[in-house]
Design a protein around this ligand. Structure first.
Ligand code: ZN
Length: 347
């Protein structure tokens, strides 16, 4: 089952490499991490949303997501000049990958371009910005990023910035864990609607979620979040939030980060795929089979060891198939739902 993915942090990983040629690591394969082109082809990945992301000076490690409960402090804010420098480097790496790929990798700006890339056996990348620290309050940088191909944006990552409050990584916890959008954040959402840039809800607080829901004319999309009913993490979506996403004809991308899958909230590779199936069951029940996709979080999280990397992604579809999901529903979850909501959003 070929699939399109809603979220990964591969460009961040490549930008942290000290080697001079991160683009060759992506095109030819690399010994670490989750996604490169050879493994994507083995795992049936057609492409996906690739995140630009500027880390804080002091970040969170996966060790923070352990213990019966945890409440990670919000990482420090990132100054705009720092964020812009990091994001320009990540865009440059992507452009170099595309240029060196001999048309195997394509930066896509519309669903038409995604479909034609896939039809020509290419790998379709849509540019996403995770946290808008690189954007000035007057939104000049948004115009430039849009011209460079940006088609999806989360106003915040799990920290605060000029546009709003990020949801802290907390377990167990309601997502109602801090302030929502600022006035600048509301302007950013309006501008994204105008430019047809998808607004990602995944790292917003619940207040921020409802701020976007009230304001946005576009379908509500959480690119990489799960069902709070099964894993009560602050990063997951309550039934009320899922209902709002359903009513807007939006989408939720299932996150493979084990701390957002497991009922005990732990970041542990030793996690059975049964819990992945439970989340899909729950999301399909609330949203219907047309509003659920994948949002792997590859290269940004510890995923179940049965999957391991994108090369093992077919284990997800095998588990769903064993549960009784037919190929027609699996094709929707794997690719058609993402292309449908992107068509309704970016065009
Ligand atoms: Zn994320």
């Amino acid at each position: 089952m070929k699939f399109f993915d809603g979220h990964n942090d591969t460009l961040l990983r490549l930008s942290l490499y000290t080697r001079p040629d991160p683009e060759r690591s992506f095109l030819d394969g690399r010994p670490d991490g989750h996604i490169d082109l050879p493994r994507a082809e083995r795992g049936g990945m057609l492409g996906g949303l690739f995140a630009l992301y500027a880390p804080s000076a002091t970040g969170l490690s996966f060790d923070h997501f352990r213990g019966a409960s945890y409440d990670c402090p919000l990482p420090p804010e990132v100054p705009i000049a720092v964020a812009q420098q990091i994001i320009l480097k990540q865009i440059s790496i992507l452009l170099r990958i595309v240029a060196a790929s001999e048309e195997r990798v394509v930066l896509c700006r519309s669903v038409g371009e995604i479909r034609s890339t896939i039809a020509a056996s290419g790998f379709a990348i849509v540019l996403h910005l995770e946290g808008a620290e690189a954007i000035d309050p007057d939104l000049h940088a948004l115009d430039v990023l849009h011209a460079a191909g940006l088609r999806s944006l989360g106003p915040v990552w799990s920290r605060n910035n000029a546009f709003g409050g990020g949801v802290p990584m907390r377990f167990p916890s309601s997502p109602d864990a801090g302030p929502g959008l600022t006035a600048a954040g509301r302007e950013l959402v309006r501008a994204c609607n105008r430019l047809r840039i998808l607004v990602d809800l995944s790292h917003l607080t619940e207040q921020g979620f409802w701020d976007v829901a009230r304001l946005s004319h576009a379908p509500l999309v959480a690119t990489h979040s799960n069902a709070h009913d099964i894993c009560p993490s602050s990063r997951n979506l309550t039934d009320r939030q899922l209902d709002a996403i359903r009513d807007s004809d939006g989408l939720v991308g299932l996150n493979l980060a084990t701390c957002f899958l497991r009922p005990d909230g732990q970041m542990l590779a030793d996690t059975d795929l049964d819990v992945v199936v439970r989340h899909i069951d729950r999301l399909v029940e609330r949203l219907s089979e047309t509003r659920v996709g994948l949002g792997s979080d590859f290269d940004g999280a510890v995923v179940p060891d049965r999957i391991g990397s994108v090369a093992g992604a077919q284990a997800i579809f095998q588990a769903l198939s064993a549960r009784g999901y037919g190929d027609d529903i699996l094709r929707k979850i794997a690719v058609e739902n993402w292309l449908g909501v992107l068509a309704r959003t970016i065009g």
